[in-house]
Write a protein that binds this ligand. Structure first.
Ligand SMILES: Cc1cc2nc3c(=O)[nH]c(=O)nc-3n(C[C@H](O)[C@H](O)[C@H](O)COP(=O)(O)O)c2cc1C
Length: 213
């Protein structure tokens, strides 16, 4: 199965370079002072996002994390609060940083956002304009003409190959989301195939690339 997302978005895949995208010295000039939203959804690859959040925070970015209820079945918000140094958004109705509608305040200050892992379900929600969990609500308030939103797709190969997923991937690229991955390789379902979330280095590089545009 070819990687439709990379073909369609054309914004990230070939131009990997020799930089170490986990090295704080590489990341600091690109992310220091930047406000980054990391939306976490319910996939097993959530463990990789700990590295992404930690490295962005080490680079001096202001990292705000939001988690869907399914994401919280895999890792608790405490982990991301500790790694980011900021409260974690888990509820559309709870105001944790602002007395204004929190999703608008956060979306307004955001320089870039990444959903990682991005599940089949959240991809479908975003393509269909749903905003009924805190991650999709915050993303709904981001103007993608001004602020890049990356989706690090991650799912089992059968889910990736569903016609609905492939339609949603094409539509997401047309709607201006920047698609990262998925990669081929070992999957948590103990098969090899397409659907693995891209590694933290590739996600961070894609985010740096998107912020430059
Ligand atoms: C153990 C386990 C692992 C899962 N891994 C994934 C995954 O990698 N990708 C995916 O799209 N869904 C995965 N799911 C299914 C999602 O968690 C489920 O579709 C959920 O409704 C997604 O909700 P969210 O998109 O709001 O986070 C997994 C479910 C379980 C129980």
């Amino acid at each position: 199965m070819t990687n439709l997302s990379n073909q369609d978005s054309g914004s990230f895949s070939e131009h990997h370079d020799a930089l170490d995208w986990l090295d704080p010295a590489v990341l600091r000039p690109r992310f220091e002072g930047k406000s980054i939203f990391v939306g976490i959804t319910g996939g097993i690859a959530v463990y990789k996002v700990c590295t992404i959040v930690s490295r962005l925070a080490q680079a001096g970015a202001r990292v705000s994390v939001g988690m869907t209820p399914s994401a919280r079945e895999f890792v608790t918000p405490t982990t991301f609060q500790a790694l980011s140094g900021n409260p974690v958004y888990t509820d559309s109705w709870e105001h944790i940083e602002s007395n204004d509608p929190q999703h608008i305040a956060l979306a307004d200050r955001c320089d870039g956002a990444i959903v990682a892992p991005c599940t089949m379900n959240t991809l479908a929600n975003l393509v269909h304009g749903r905003a009924d969990d805190v991650v999709s609500l915050i993303l709904a308030a981001i103007d993608r003409q001004r602020t890049p939103v990356l989706l690090a797709l991650a799912m089992n190969e059968a889910m990736w190959n569903q016609p609905s997923t492939q339609r949603n991937v094409r539509q997401a690229a047309k709607d201006g989301f920047v698609l990262v991955g998925p990669d081929d390789g070992w999957q948590a379902c103990r098969h090899c195939g397409t659907g693995r979330m891209s590694e933290p280095e590739a996600c961070i590089e894609a985010l740096a690339d998107a912020l430059r545009r």
